[in-house]
Design a protein around this ligand. Structure first.
Ligand code: NOJ
Length: 487
């Protein structure tokens, strides 16, 4: 738990704090019985320093597992082999006095990097995938996928010309020689083959890559090969809604670019939040978070939302003496710590918000007695009600769940697009401004009807001109669901 689960000492076990293999099997069984899938986090880049592989690897230079990790001699004048930095502070190298070499770690020193150039490592890690696939898991979210291979010559990374001193010192260097190397791609294709072997006509297994990369490089992870087949991960996580400035024009631009960059038959995807970034309700504010929900669930592609965002949970300030995250401990006060977005899920007004009968390791948000699943389930105007409605609409409307994306030209702070499927057409209008926004009649279908609005008071047939409220979003269909004439 040096990095809360991202330091794994046994890839084929369940930490007793969380259960047993039996309880895991029961979870998969019961989830499947309810039509839910289970996707595990697969952490290929590193293990815990307590993993038996690493314990053996560090035991002696001659150990057969020595080459399973990244060991290098000190630089000629002494010190780390090169200038690479660890994500959570300090160099990416730790000296092992007993054997006189440094080992590499992209994150904490407790998280030594595996050597994916070694075929034995690859084979062992693919066995890990098979172990869980045999237990019935539906796929994997693959941690820091782009970083698993390092430069064969271990060259120094160049300075980042855009770095400013107020930033995380890690950003001082460009990760030219330890991320997104060409050697990663064939490994991704190997992983895909391992996973595909467990897919059948009834159910396919999925790989989702955690990839913070520029657009052109991100879409490369779909793995379009010379035959036009996609042999990479099915879903390279698209984090643009986390990264892009929250303005209609920026999002419009990115969606268009993303749609244009996708290889044929690639499934798009959109991520609104995760356990490493500030929560959406804190990033954009509570009102705009409702608009974000509508955006996420109406864009073309697989949506990913982070637990608690569906009830509008916000980041929780964590006092210094309660900090858990090593990111915060190692670089205090820079706002890098991830504890604020990792507080317990707020289920109900029961003790500890119904999350645990034990003592949670992070405090609850102050609003938990009222902002919880139980209370919001009974409130038709709640964030949860909005999410449930949008999810149901997505299921019911083929245009939303598999229709094409058509960018529309809107004015000012409004983002407008249509989703089309076999003559069915829905129009989505999202006002990113905090003032009312009249919608041009040219954007409206004939006989428009509101299928969803972030404003619980708006519903039904639209008579006359439509004016969106501040931060309001609407999904518009036509009366009787008829296909409107295309403009
Ligand atoms: C990315 C994960 O999302 C993050 O939580 C973790 O700390 C690092 N990878 C290291 O595994």
């Amino acid at each position: 738990m040096a990095d809360f689960g991202y330091d794994i000492s046994d890839f084929c076990g369940i930490d007793p704090r969380f259960g047993t293999l039996d309880s895991f099997d029961a979870l998969v069984r019961e989830a499947h019985a309810r039509g839910l899938r289970i996707i595990l986090d697969f952490v290929p880049n590193h293990t815990s320093d307590r993993h038996p592989w690493f314990v053996q690897s560090r035991a002696a230079r001659s150990d057969p597992r020595r080459d399973w990790y990244i060991w290098r001699d000190p630089a000629p004048g002494g010190g780390p082999p090169n200038n690479w930095l660890g994500n959570f502070g300090g160099p990416a190298w730790t000296f092992d006095a007993a054997t006189g070499q440094y080992y590499g770690h992209s994150f904490l020193k407790e998280q030594p990097d595996l050597n994916w150039r070694n075929p034995e490592v690859r084979a062992a890690m693919y066995e890990v995938l098979r172990f869980w696939l045999r237990r019935g898991v539906d796929g994997f979210r693959v941690d820091v996928l782009s970083q698993i291979v390092k430069d064969a010559q271990f060259r120094d990374n160049p300075p980042n010309p855009d770095f400013t001193p107020d930033q995380d010192p890690f950003l001082r260097l460009l990760m030219l020689y330890n991320t997104d190397l060409p050697e990663v791609q064939p490994i991704v294709a190997e992983m895909r083959r391992v996973v595909d072997a467990f897919s059948d006509a009834r159910s396919s297994r999925v790989l989702i890559g955690e990839l913070y990369l520029p657009l052109a490089r991100l879409v490369a992870y779909y793995g379009l090969n010379a035959e036009g087949v996609l042999e990479g991960v099915q879903l390279p996580f698209n984090f643009q809604l986390i990264a892009t400035e929250w303005k209609a024009a920026h999002i419009d631009r990115f969606v268009r670019d993303y749609e244009a960059a996708l290889p044929a038959n690639a499934q798009p995807n959109w991520v609104l939040g995760n356990h490493d970034r500030a929560r959406i309700a804190s990033r954009v504010g509570p009102r705009m978070a409702r608009l974000a929900a509508m955006l996420l669930l109406t864009l073309r592609g697989t949506p990913t939302l982070y637990y608690g965002d569906e009830i509008g949970m916000t980041d929780v300030p964590i006092p210094a003496d309660e900090v858990q995250d090593p990111f915060e401990k190692n670089k205090p006060g820079m706002g890098l710590g991830r504890d604020p977005e990792r507080t317990p899920m707020q289920w109900s007004a029961a003790a500890h918000a119904g999350f645990t009968t034990g003592t949670p390791w992070l405090r609850l948000a102050a609003d938990w007695p009222t902002r919880n699943v139980d209370a919001q389930s009974r409130d038709a105007g709640s964030m949860l009600a909005l999410y449930r409605h949008l999810i149901a609409l997505r299921r019911a409307q083929p245009a939303l769940n598999r229709g094409s994306y058509e960018a529309l030209e809107a004015e000012g702070d409004v983002l407008a697009f249509a989703r089309n499927h076999e003559g069915l057409r829905l129009v989505v209008l999202l006002n990113f401004g905090d003032t009312p926004a009249p919608v041009s009649p040219a954007l409206m279908p004939r006989q428009p009807v509101v299928l969803a609005s972030t404003d619980p008071a708006r519903a039904g047939v639209i008579e006359g001109p439509l004016v969106l409220g501040p931060c309001e979003g609407v999904v518009i269909g036509t009366v009787n669901g008829e296909a409107p004439a295309t403009r």
